[in-house]
Design a protein around this ligand. Structure first.
Ligand code: FES
Length: 234
């Protein structure tokens, strides 16, 4: 147990494992894209970055709270960084937002609105990949992936299916089944948990419900994770 000062307010912490949880406990709004309390901490998006009283910045999701810590969550410098991060993510993102199946519930889109990102000053140099529609349940569009890794940690660490992982580097980096296989060629059990945690339209559900139920019945699937399951099987 200890106390830290967040934006001038003294906040008590007990068993919170990271600074972000203490910030949220104090009801202070801070944006995140790669943090899920049920998944391991990855620290990829840096949107949760805060600043301490010596001007040092760090990702609050991957820092342990310490007694006497003094931090600021919404300084002009942090707002500028967050806007820049969103611009960079959007610059490498396919721009069909208005027709995207996730439009209106895309977390990236929502944050861009909230942070006032109205134009993108960077060129899209990302390699364009085909959309994987091989699975009866999952549609995977690598061009909308922001590499937050939520789906990978869900599939590998929670569901223990290991159907997808990171591959390649730089502008070619993507989340994909190994050896450029399609989803249908992996051990994917069509549980839909990757879609439940994906913040963008990179993973969506095949909307043909009959095809989904057929596939689930075929594999005798049981959903074991409890994070907003997209598909439940009794
Ligand atoms: Fe902390 Fe993404 S939420 S780095």
């Amino acid at each position: 147990m200890g106390y830290m000062t967040i934006d001038g307010i003294e906040v008590e912490f007990t068993d919170e494992s990271n600074v972000l949880s203490v910030i949220r406990k104090a009801d202070i709004d801070i944006p995140t894209l790669c943090y899920h309390s049920e998944l391991s901490v990855y620290g990829a998006c840096r949107l949760c970055t805060v600043e301490n009283d010596r001007g040092k910045t760090f990702a609050s999701c991957s820092e342990r709270p310490r007694d006497g810590m003094v931090i600021y969550t919404n300084t002009p410098r942090l707002m500028k960084y967050r806007k820049m991060i969103l611009e960079l993510l959007l610059s490498a993102h396919c721009r069909d937002c208005t027709t995207c199946i996730k439009s209106g519930e895309c977390h990236l889109q929502e944050l861009a609105h909230r942070m006032g990102v109205t134009s993108i000053g960077y060129e899209n140099k990302k390699t364009q990949y085909p959309i994987d529609m091989s699975s009866p349940a999952i549609v995977r569009d690598p061009n909308k992936c922001i590499l937050c890794g939520d789906c990978v940690r869900m599939c590998d660490n929670v569901q223990h299916v290991n159907a997808i992982d990171f591959a390649y580097r730089g502008t070619e980096a993507l989340v994909t089944p190994a050896f450029d296989k399609t989803i249908a060629e992996t051990d994917c059990v069509n549980c839909g948990q990757c879609r439940a945690v994906c913040p963008t339209g990179a993973i969506s559900i095949n909307t043909n419900i009959e095809v989904i139920w057929e596939a689930l019945a075929d594999k005798n699937v049981k959903v074991i994770a409890q994070i907003a399951p997209a598909v439940r099987v009794a």
